[in-house]
Design a protein around this ligand. Structure first.
Ligand code: MG
Length: 461
């Protein structure tokens, strides 16, 4: 769909709002009355490497996150929410496509500056789905799904991009081997480099200002704001206003600045009267980077962290806020994943999925709206290593780690301390067969990633 058609749909949405129709689809679907909130705004805030235990509403004793805590108090806290990979790029591919990274060819670890590949543009992202519905779409923050020409957010359904194309440590400025590391970190708008090696103390604040500005510009039409923060991925930075504030040290300062940012987004929504027309999701792309000790985060009661298939690598905090639709103060203990967001958003916005490509996530809108009896639609969740090898499977409370043959009841034993495999040999065998069958199906039907020969920008200034 070309820019002219997008502008046409955008104009239809604005016109629909102006004449009192629910915006977005009224003029495009004349055969049936649209539902009252058929075009809710969608905001996904994605922290980087923030652990399960790093928010006060998830039990951190000294990091103070009043804005996220308030979202949880007025919305839903999910306690068994998973990302589909313990590292950045595959996790982001899964969030945006609703697929295991392997299904979309994005399972082989993260994209580095010299790499020529990224998410295939034939894949349908949440932004693609919503742009087709007349939404304004923006990616503000860290992309990390390919940075050659044709692989940026503006090639994947986003009208706008402001941020960095890969991780904030992929920079000669931050590398101990900087003498030989040729790559600098660009700050970009759309496909143009604005600055090389931006001052990272200011990244969270600048992303937030851009995000609030996007809401201010698009409050009269449906919008999708994807805000993947660069922080608290190492190296961590907080602005002067937050530095030195938290007893947890710089890491606490960084999380508290992200919490401030959540408060700014919420204030912008309230200022425009959009609270009851906006779904806000706050979560993280993978667990904490533990080798960095107190410079990194904590997974709280969970074992392991980033890069591992222990729960601490892949179970992340997730808070969902939508006053009037998501019951206040609710907690869901159902097994849910980032892959569920795309089909859930499709359901909430009426975006058709039936004739699309195979995906792995499930619609969890019934769970989020607190419908009595709603259960997890995820029958089994497959854990993959950071290089895309099948590593484990979870079904019900049981988690089998394939290589070690260890079996944990991760509901009774959240810290994965007691291997129960010897007590349940038949269950171990059954789960192994199921994991192998699921992985075989994904492998057999996997789609390719996309390679682009032409670099978009040089390695640095
Ligand atoms: Mg990450």
């Amino acid at each position: 769909m070309g820019p002219a058609r997008f502008r046409f749909f955008r104009a239809c949405a604005v016109l629909a709002a102006a004449i009192g129709l629910p915006a977005g689809c009224a003029l495009r679907h004349p055969t049936g009355p649209p539902k009252p909130d058929a075009s809710p705004n969608i905001v996904i805030i994605f922290a980087d490497d923030q652990g399960y235990g790093d928010l006060s509403c998830y039990g951190h004793p000294t990091i103070h996150t009043p804005h996220i805590d308030r979202m949880a108090a007025e919305g839903m806290k999910l306690t068994q929410f998973y990302v589909a990979s313990p590292v950045c790029s595959p996790s982001r591919a899964a969030l945006l496509t609703g697929c295991y990274p392997k299904r979309v060819g994005m399972h082989r670890h993260v994209v580095f500056p010299p790499d020529d590949w990224g998410l295939h543009t034939d894949e349908v992202t949440i932004a693609d789905l919503l742009r087709e519905r007349g939404y304004a779409t923006a990616c503000i923050g860290k992309w990390h799904l390919g940075h050659r020409r044709g692989l940026l957010p503006t090639d994947q359904g986003f009208d706008e991009f402001f941020g960095v194309p890969y991780s904030n440590d992929m920079s000669r400025f931050h590398r101990s081997e900087s003498d030989t590391y040729p790559h600098a970190l660009p700050l970009m708008r759309a496909d143009t480099v604005l600055e090389w090696e931006p001052d990272q103390h200011e990244l969270t604040r600048r992303y937030t200002e851009e995000a609030v500005n996007f809401i201010d510009r698009h409050h009269g039409e449906p919008f999708f704001l994807y805000l993947p923060h660069s922080m608290p991925h190492i190296p961590i930075y907080a602005s002067e206003a937050f530095a030195g504030r938290s007893p947890r040290g710089l890491y606490g300062d960084v999380i508290e600045e992200i919490d401030w940012s959540v408060g700014e987004i919420r204030a912008a929504l309230e200022r425009h009267g959009l609270s009851e027309r906006t779904l806000v999701v706050f979560t993280s792309d993978n667990g904490p980077w533990l080798p960095f000790k107190t410079r990194g985060g904590t997974a709280g009661p969970l074992r392991g962290g980033k890069g591992s298939n222990w729960e601490g690598g892949q179970r992340v905090p997730c808070v969902v806020w939508w006053p009037g639709r998501v019951p206040a103060g609710s907690i869901s203990r159902a097994v849910t994943t980032t892959m569920d967001l795309l089909p859930t958003i499709a359901r909430l916005t009426g975006a058709p999925l039936a004739d699309r490509r195979r995906i792995d996530g499930h619609d969890i809108s019934a769970l989020l709206s607190g419908e009595g009896g709603a259960t997890s639609p995820t029958e089994a969740f497959i854990y993959y290593t950071s290089n895309g090898e099948p590593a484990g499977i979870r079904r019900g409370p049981w988690k089998l780690l394939l290589e070690a043959g260890e079996l944990y009841d991760v509901e009774a034993d959240i810290g994965e301390k007691w291997d129960r495999a010897q007590e349940h040999p038949e269950l171990v065998a059954e789960l192994r067969v199921l994991a192998e069958a699921r992985d075989a199906e994904i492998t057999a039907t996997a789609r390719p990633r996309m390679s682009v020969l032409e670099p978009l920008f040089k390695a640095g200034p």
